[in-house]
Each structure stands twice: as structure tokens, then as C-alpha cells.
Ligand binder design. Structure first.
Ligand SMILES: O=C(CO)[C@@H](O)[C@@H](O)COP(=O)(O)O
Length: 241
């Protein structure tokens, strides 16, 4: 028997409602930052669960145009990737990448948000299965080094999620280029995962452009480490990613 939104505690219902608003709004950042064409991208966010509460996340419905997305049609799923009775139509299916997002949430407790796009420059590096070398200070700041490539995997089961987690656990980078597929990014919440997706595409583009007129040199590892440490601990306003 599937879980029902109406049977959850008022506190968890409120957390889900707030997450639906945030995730719906964050989907507008994908076309706004030229990270997607048509419906080819998705964002999800984990719902913080108190002891005894079911662990859930919110994700977009599959194949729905970004201008039709709203808090009302954000789908609520268990960490097994099963949609709950969340108040949306029983026919409304979650994203086709739900299994990948769910696998990350099950295996990486520190991840609160996952994003997948087919943004053109990052996807062109993925098509070549070539990591993006850390030749820019922005890469050291945000990704702590190169942006790695994850294994080729077909959609539909845990294959993408397994390859994604295996790669994420071997790097500081919050972005992974899945071989011949495209970028996935993670963050402490959906907003930080969207930021990683935006910056992943930005550095994929600028390194591509740099490569057309020469071979930029990778930044020395000790400089990458100090840039990453500063940016992760000093940059911006307190509490704002
Ligand atoms: O690449 C694929 C499907 O192969 C998906 O990531 C992309 O089309 C987005 O799908 P959803 O609309 O999230 O189901």
C-alpha cells in the first residue's frame, strides 16, 4: 500500500510543501541559464526527515514543459523511487531519472539536492568521455579540481545512480559527466545543486573556448587546494551558497 501525503505529520507536510515551491522555482533556472532544451533536465530535493518519518524527496514530473511546472505538480517519492499518493494525478509520472536521484539519496546522506541536464558544453565533454581539466580558478573554487567522467550507463534502473555515486565518492567535485550522457550535479540542497550545474556548464564552455587557441595548463594541485579551501569557507555571505 503506498504512502499517503494526508497521513504524514503536519510538520512533514509543511516541509514537503515548502520543498515543492523551491524545486518548482529552481526548474526555471535551467532554461534561464541555457542548460536545457525542451524538457531535458530535472531537479530534486531531499525532505529532511525526523526519526520515525518516511524519507522522501521531491522531483519534477517527467516530460512536462518548464512553463507548466508548479509546486502543485512536483512529485513526491520515497528513497526507493516510488511515488507516494501526493495529491497529484495517479497518472502523473516522476522524472525518468528518478531512480538515479533516489540512488544518490540512499547512498550519500550528505546530499540534499540532485540536478541532471544535457547542457551543451558539458555534454560535449561527456560525449568524448573526457574530464574537464582544472585550468581555471573558478573550477578550483567550486569543484576542487577536475570535473570527472562517470561510467556509461543506461537509464531505467540503478545503473546511472550506481556509476554516479561511485564517481562522486572518488572526487571533491559536485559535478560528474556521465559518459556519453551528460552532467549530474549534487549539493546540500536543490539550490546548491543547480548552482553546480550552472557553473559546470560555464567552465565546460570556457575551457572548450580556451582549448581552441591553445592548451591551457592545469593549476598546480597545492594552489587548487588553497583556492578550494578559501572558496568553500570564506566566499559569499554566511549561510548562503
Ligand atoms: O535524458 C533523459 C532521458 O533519456 C532525461 O534526463 C531527460 O529527457 C529528462 O527527462 P524527464 O523529463 O526528467 O523525465
Amino acid at each position: 500500500m503506498s504512502l499517503k501525503f494526508i497521513n504524514l505529520t503536519p510538520e512533514q507536510q509543511a516541509r514537503i510543501t515548502a520543498a515543492r515551491e523551491r524545486v518548482a522555482a529552481l526548474h526555471q533556472e535551467l532554461p534561464r541559464n541555457d542548460l536545457v532544451v525542451w524538457t531535458a533536465g530535472n531537479v530534486s530535493e531531499r525532505i529532511p526527515a525526523q526519526i520515525g518519518e518516511p524519507e522522501l524527496f521531491v522531483i519534477k514530473p517527467s516530460g512536462v514543459s518548464y512553463d507548466e511546472l508548479s509546486a502543485d505538480n512536483m512529485v513526491v517519492c520515497t528513497l526507493d523511487g516510488q511515488k507516494i499518493e501526493d495529491g497529484t494525478s495517479a497518472d502523473l509520472q516522476p522524472s525518468s531519472d528518478t531512480n538515479a536521484h533516489a540512488y544518490v539519496y540512499r547512498h550519500m546522506s550528505g546530499v540534499g539536492g540532485v540536478v541532471h541536464t544535457h547542457s551543451p558544453y558539458a555534454t560535449s565533454w561527456a560525449a568524448r568521455a573526457e574530464p574537464i581539466p582544472c585550468v581555471l580558478t573558478m573550477m578550483a573554487d567550486e569543484f576542487g579540481g577536475d570535473i570527472p567522467v562517470g561510467p556509461f550507463a543506461l537509464i531505467g534502473d540503478d545503473s546511472i545512480g550506481r556509476g554516479l555515486v561511485q564517481t562522486l565518492l572518488s572526487t571533491r567535485s559536485r559535478a560528474v559527466l556521465m559518459d556519453r550522457h551528460g552532467p549530474f550535479t549534487v549539493g546540500t540542497d536543490a539550490r546548491s545543486a543547480v548552482k553546480a550545474a550552472v557553473l559546470c556548464e560555464e567552465v565546460a564552455r570556457t575551457v572548450h573556448l580556451a582549448r581552441t587557441h591553445g592548451r591551457p595548463e592545469r593549476i598546480d594541485q597545492h594552489h587548487i587546494d588553497s583556492l578550494y579551501k578559501r572558496y568553500q569557507n570564506v566566499y559569499g555571505q554566511k549561510g548562503n551558497s
